[in-house]
Design a protein around this ligand. Sequence first.
Ligand SMILES: [Zn+2]
Length: 100
Amino acid sequence: MASKEDKQRKKGILQGFKSQEQEAKIAQMPVSKTDLRDLFDHLDLALQEKGCDNSLTLTDAFLEERHLPVDQTKAWLAQYGGYCDCEVLANVEDEFSKVI
Ligand SMILES: [Zn+2]
């Protein structure tokens, strides 16, 4: 039978593994956590106003305004299913809201 200590230890390993995974995910981000959070906030507001036109127009404009790497960031967003502005919010924010 597993002792309480054993269980604690296993839990610790599991959490360590999870945070390692999250750290790797963060390390691959082409923009900072702050920029990403701001992008999500910006899209949230802009989409309510204008709606999604099935492209990354709003994301593009945001990245350009901040002088962030546009192509690299869009390729990265696509990895997480962010092929248009509303998908960036729906898919990418969902994926990263816990780690940023
Ligand atoms: Zn869309």
